[in-house]
Design a binder for this molecule. Structure first.
Ligand SMILES: [Zn+2]
Length: 295
């Protein structure tokens, strides 16, 4: 009985404003007249671009299968760069819509990156077929540089033109031009060690790179006290990486080191913290102050 009474009372309560709404003259007016949206008279100055990040990927398959997966599957990217000698960059999803490329993870304090990023897929085999089982025996934790397949030169030129244009149009912070591995280090390793981040920075002004002199200076400090695991993890966080709070280099933490090395020390990605990796991280933090707006 009590239950019925409550349901009845709720139904009565809910129906009241509905009846009121339907019968007021004002509400009727709103449905019959059309109003003008005035976007000229008043303008706000507090605003920023919705797109904050560019995420680069490789497809781990050939042209044909990449096209099929990205156009008919349940994953997508805004742009696709084929491994083909033509002059095309394919736009699969309008920039104003979400593509499903990033998945779980985060960077620079943002998660759900599909909401705020442009995704670019590059056709590339990823790990060469002969090395795909290399991590199955226990001697190797991570793929070294040589295991990764090369990108062709034309692909890199297309990436350069495209990223330059997107970064300029949305005023994207250099730090926020990242690889999939940077935002999801325990799930992803793309675009891998052969993706030429350093070259893109030096030849096209794309993305972030450290000053060599800063790195050397940090490495040569005689008085350098070995930083604690927590201090190093804090430095990763400062740069933008998501990393856990544990006091050790557990697997998820080593995955972050590996992703960082794939990006900034690709010739020797080990997943192990060392002085050069630390110096690069610190040099990057010295150069790139946090500039993100979170409004
Ligand atoms: Zn990816």
């Amino acid at each position: 009985m009590a239950k019925n009474f409550t349901a009845l009372a709720l139904a009565t309560f809910l129906s009241l404003p509905l009846i009121a709404c339907v019968t007021t003259p004002k509400a009727q007016m709103a449905t019959t007249e059309s109003f003008v949206i005035d976007s000229e008279t008043y303008q706000s100055t507090s605003k920023s671009q919705r797109i904050k990040t560019i995420v680069l990927h490789y497809t781990v398959s050939d042209n044909e299968r990449s096209i099929k997966t990205l156009t008919t599957g349940n994953v997508s990217a805004h742009y696709l760069i084929l491994d083909k000698n033509d002059d095309k960059i394919y736009n699969l999803v309008p920039e104003s819509e979400r593509a499903w490329h990033a998945g779980e993870g985060g960077f620079s304090g943002r998660t759900i990156l599909n909401d705020t990023s442009i995704g670019i897929e590059i056709v590339n085999a990823g790990i060469k077929p002969e090395y795909r089982d290399a991590l199955k025996d226990d001697t190797l934790d991570y793929h070294p540089y040589d295991h990764y397949a090369d990108f062709n030169e034309l692909q890199i030129k297309k990436v350069a033109q495209l990223v330059q244009d997107i970064a300029r149009r949305y005023d994207i912070s250099p730090k926020n031009i990242i690889g999939h591995a940077d935002m999801a280090p325990s799930r992803k390793i793309d675009p891998g060690a052969k993706f030429p981040w350093e070259r893109l920075y030096k030849e096209y002004g794309i993305g972030a790179w450290y000053n060599e002199a800063d790195k050397q200076e940090i490495m040569n400090r005689r008085t350098l006290v070995t930083p604690s695991v927590q201090e190093i993890k804090q430095a990763f966080r400062k740069y933008g990486y998501q990393i856990n709070n544990s006091d050790e280099w557990d697997k998820p933490s080593r995955d972050v080191i590996y992703a960082f090395q794939l990006h900034f020390r690709p010739l020797k990605p080990t997943g192990i913290m060392d002085i050069e990796t630390y110096a690069i991280l610190q040099a990057l933090n010295m150069k790139y102050a946090s500039r993100d707006d979170f409004y």
